[in-house]
Design a protein around this ligand. Structure first.
Ligand code: NAD
Ligand code: IPM
Ligand code: MN
Length: 369
């Protein structure tokens, strides 16, 4: 019997609503899977700012460092639009990613057969879609210095963000992408803008060099703007897309709509494997945000959060059969026709967040028998 400790950071808006559905599943796995799951909850984002004046406390950071995995809901919202920049809710998420060194962000976009008509694209373009965006998560313009707004002598202001990548940062994310492609359909598309950015030139060069170690995997270089266009023109041409922090953020929101809804896309943020313990730090979070427009109304789709927990079972707990079972439960519930509002046909009856979570738990219990 293995034992895992999970830190739950529900956050703001719909974060706590979708996290509640995952907690039901964690309790079930704790009772029924023969493994122990211990959980601890902490504030993050705007709710942490309201209570502690910071978007994440040092205590929560310490627990995150010591946990087997962090499950993260979502942060942000209009209530905190005016708080100091360093205390804004999103700063808590960025600190977690940076301090835990979670450089590899896996964002799978899978179009479940039952949802092929929920996408804004035609069924034939998305049916059977299974792509994986590998987003670099601790570098680039998110963290490069200087990052500032300065007032010039003439009273004008100048804002600076710095896009910065080192060989090492590109090398390690490229290896993750090639390794994963080797377990899938053996294709990597690397997206950058080498036509305007020096970091794009280096990105292209390093990915090409690393590719030399992966002769079984095909590599294509694509300009990031073209990649966005190709994702809505013919998304099934892609297997793995590897890209930088900012392009990965944008391309993964595009990919989300191919699956029917932003409420469908899970993600895993992984650190390097520690050779001494064989373990890696990790955080699992839906790709969507706190959705202030629907928060507090039980309208949120919990599948992105539940899928993120399935990724935790797979990557942090090595419980592959359990992860498969949970993903099958989600697919079956969608197959049965149950829909939250974001994936329902216009005007059709929609399930609440809790009804969707309960149906997935019931299906899981059924499959496990
Ligand atoms: P958002 O992802 O919160 O919402 C975009 C749209 O998608 C909204 O119409 C929302 O209702 C819908 N949506 C999102 N998740 C859904 C779900 N699970 N079920 C049904 N519909 C869903 O993006 P936004 O509105 O641009 O940002 C709102 C806040 O969230 C901002 O403060 C932003 O910084 C933050 N944000 C946080 C994260 C995170 O915590 N990981 C990610 C993205 C945005
Ligand atoms: C995401 C979000 C975050 C990002 C924000 C909230 C900092 O949009 O995880 O996709 O830009 O990385
Ligand atoms: Mn985003």
């Amino acid at each position: 019997m293995a034992s895992f400790n999970l830190l739950l950071l529900p956050g703001d808006g719909i974060g706590p609503e979708v996290m509640s559905e995952v907690e039901k599943l964690v309790r079930w796995f704790d009772k029924e899977s023969g493994n122990r799951f211990e959980t601890e909850r902490h504030l993050v984002g705007g709710s942490a700012y309201d209570a502690h004046g910071v978007a994440i406390t040092d205590e929560a950071m310490g627990l995150a460092m010591a946990s087997d995995a962090v499950l993260f809901g979502a942060v942000g919202g209009p209530k905190w639009d005016k708080v100091p920049y360093d205390c804004r809710p999103e700063a808590g998420l960025l600190r977690l990613r940076k301090d835990l060194e979670l450089f590899a962000n896996l964002r799978p976009a899978i179009c479940y057969p039952a949802l092929a008509d929920a996408s804004s694209l035609k069924r034939e373009l998305v049916e059977g879609l299974d792509i994986l965006i590998v987003r670099e998560l601790t570098g680039g313009v998110y963290f490069g210095e200087p990052k500032e707004i300065v007032t010039l002598e003439n009273g004008e202001k100048r804002a600076v963000d710095t896009q910065l990548y080192t060989t090492h940062e590109i090398d390690r994310i490229a290896r993750i992408a090639f390794d994963l492609a080797g377990k899938r359909r053996n294709k990597v598309a690397s997206a950058e803008k080498r036509n305007v950015m020096k970091s794009g030139v280096l990105w292209n060069e390093v990915v090409t060099r690393v590719h030399g170690d992966y002769p079984g995997v095909a590599l294509e270089h694509v300009l990031a703007d073209n990649c966005a266009m190709q994702l809505v023109r013919n998304p099934k041409q892609y297997d793995v897309i590897v890209t930088d922090n900012l392009f990965g953020d944008i391309l993964s929101d595009v990919a989300a709509m191919l699956t029917g809804s932003l409420g469908m896309l899970p993600s895993a943020a992984l650190g390097a494997v520690d050779p001494a313990t064989g373990k890696r730090r990790a955080m699992y979070e839906p790709v969507h945000g706190s959705a202030p427009d629907i928060a507090g109304q039980s309208l949120a789709n919990p599948i992105a959060m539940i899928g993120s927990f399935a990724m935790a079972l797979r990557y942090s707990c090595n419980l592959v059969a359990e992860a498969d079972l949970l993903e099958k439960a989600v697919a079956n519930v969608l197959g049965s026709g149950l829909r939250t509002r974001d994936i329902a046909a216009r005007g059709a009856n929609a399930a609440s967040t809790g009804e969707m979570g309960d149906a997935i738990l019931t299906e899981l219990q059924h499959l496990a028998r």
